[in-house]
Design a binder for this molecule. Structure first.
Ligand code: ADP
Ligand code: GLC
Length: 479
């Protein structure tokens, strides 16, 4: 099959979170299975074009008056997937990140930027002659590409079929009603049965309404978002679309995340050579200026947002630090959380190290060097860091939600323990999980057994890839 991916980030070119990891891995797995995949992405100024050897592609003109657009064609290093970059300097050559300005606020024209990305995806899949290639399936990801099926619908195109993956329902791509007229979609689609959402419009809702299949990134999240507590106002709509909704758990790219071959850690190790994990722990402690110690070292690698529940850590952790535990955090995001963690680090200097930063390489050393990774999320569509942690023999401490519930086991029938799981988003539950970890850590034999259980878990992309292929095939043949 021919599959066009449309997305707003991809590892290793441009990344703010797990979406980039998924878009960097899944197309390769599909290509290995013999499918032809192309990936459409904006040409942000943050992308290092030297690595991708771009050739000028077709000119798209300036149909909406937002800027001259053309395609540039290249390849991601170490990938056979063709990269189609939407080159529109007026929209994508900016100083900030993919979505936010340097001061942390949204770009005021995000509706235009991502409407043009989606419009281009729809044009490429309808007018295949532009790139001499006609996809059978468009696979769109998150609100930034939610308008792909809306454009196809408004042009009355039944082919190609569209799969829309929700990586995070909380980002709704909501804009005020007055901006709707800029999208080039008919008034008839500005309707509760269409894009209309609480008095404005939502690009995510467009993806839900008009695609042929909807997926989310774990089975549990698929159930959760059909409830009011997790549905972000879409639960009713999602329940009504149940028949086109499935959950496919993300995988891990073990070429990137494998302690046995990882070039970014101090000593490579595997399940048979687990003692060398300690070498990384010592190196991490030194780098983080933590006092020498032989107690448990907790780690966090995360975006700092309310989703991740890390405010609970600030409340729960002090008593355990007082008992000799230590902690390292690498993260960035909400200013108030950044400041609270910096203060926490100052208060417990020598026992707690805080890095407000985004550092792909350092993330690997933390995964290798800590004993436990904390992911107390309020909701977590899939989560990738717990999957990395398992492979590194780093026991995840997670809340029982979304993909965390589908990948980490403690007291789960017939499944060996691989981490620590707590129920409610409250300090007491997290504290109990932390104390279970500390108690178990005293029993080195049992700890090692659980590490081995964790390292033997297999979350390769191949399984997920097969599920996506099955889904593509089932809808490609629908009339
Ligand atoms: P989300 O996409 O919600 O942020 P995931 O667990 O799916 O959560 O993916 C997060 C990805 O971003 C992982 O690859 C993780 O290692 C990475 N990451 C998050 N914060 C940082 C950071 N501060 N530095 C380096 N990598 C980070
Ligand atoms: C989102 C979710 C995260 C998921 C990632 C990749 O960013 O927050 O849970 O792992 O997408 O699907």
């Amino acid at each position: 099959m021919k599959i066009l991916f449309t997305a707003s980030e991809v590892y290793p070119l441009i990344k703010t979170g797990g979406l980039a990891d998924v878009v960097g891995s899944l197309p390769n797995v599909l290509a290995e299975e013999g499918h032809e995949v192309r990936l459409l992405l904006p040409l942000y100024s943050g992308i290092n074009v030297e690595e991708i050897h771009l050739n000028a592609g077709p000119v798209l003109g300036n149909p909406f008056g937002f800027g001259q657009m053309r395609l540039q064609v290249g390849h991601i290093p170490n990938s056979t997937v063709t990269l189609l970059l939407l080159d529109c300097p007026d929209l994508f050559s900016r100083d900030g990140g993919p979505y936010l300005q340097l001061d942390g606020s949204d770009y005021p024209d995000n509706h235009r930027r991502f409407a043009m990305l989606a419009w281009t995806g729809a044009v490429l899949s309808t007018y295949g002659n532009l790139i001499d290639w006609q996809p059978d399936i468009v696979h769109a990801h998150d609100w930034q590409t939610g308008l792909v099926p809306a454009y196809l619908k408004s042009w009355r195109q039944r082919v190609p079929k569209v799969v829309f993956t929700i990586h995070n329902l909380q980002y709704t791509g909501f804009f005020e009603a007055a901006l709707y007229s800029e999208l080039g979609l008919g008034e008839d689609m500005y309707d509760p049965e269409g894009l209309e959402y609480y008095g404005g419009f939502s690009m995510l809702k467009a993806g839900i309404q008009y695609s042929d299949a909807i997926t989310t990134v774990s089975p549990t999240y698929t159930q959760e978002i059909q409830t009011e507590a997790y549905g972000c106002g879409f639960d009713g709509l999602l329940r009504s679309q149940q028949n086109k909704l499935t959950g496919i758990l993300n995988g891990v790219d073990y070429d990137v995340w494998n302690p046995d071959t990882d070039p970014f850690i101090v000593a490579n190790y595997n399940v048979h050579k687990l003692d060398d994990k300690q070498v990384n722990k010592h190196a991490l402690r030194e780098r983080c200026r933590l006092e020498p110690h032989n107690g448990l070292l907790f780690g966090i690698v995360s975006r700092l947002t309310t989703q991740k529940g890390l405010d609970l850590v600030l409340e729960a952790m002090p008593q355990f630090i007082d008992q000799g535990a230590q902690m390292v955090l690498l993260g960035s995001g909400d200013k108030s959380l950044e400041e609270a963690f910096l203060q926490f680090g100052q208060q417990y200097a020598g026992q707690v190290s805080i890095y407000i930063d985004y550092d792909e390489v350092f993330a690997h050393l933390i995964q290798a060097g800590v004993d436990c990774l904390l992911i107390p999320s309020r909701f977590e569509p899939c989560g990738l860091t717990q999957l990395f942690a398992l492979k590194y023999g780093t026991l995840p401490i997670v809340r029982h939600t979304g993909g965390l519930a589908d990948s980490v086991w403690e007291n789960k029938e017939n499944l060996p323990q691989t981490g620590f799981v707590f129920d409610q988003s409250v300090v007491e539950d997290l504290s109990e999980a932390l104390s279970r970890a500390l108690i178990l850590y005293q029993d080195r034999e049992s700890w090692r057994q659980i590490q081995q259980n964790a390292m033997r878990q297999d979350f390769t992309w191949e399984k997920a890839g097969k599920n996506y292929i099955q889904l593509y095939q089932s809808i490609a043949n629908e009339r």
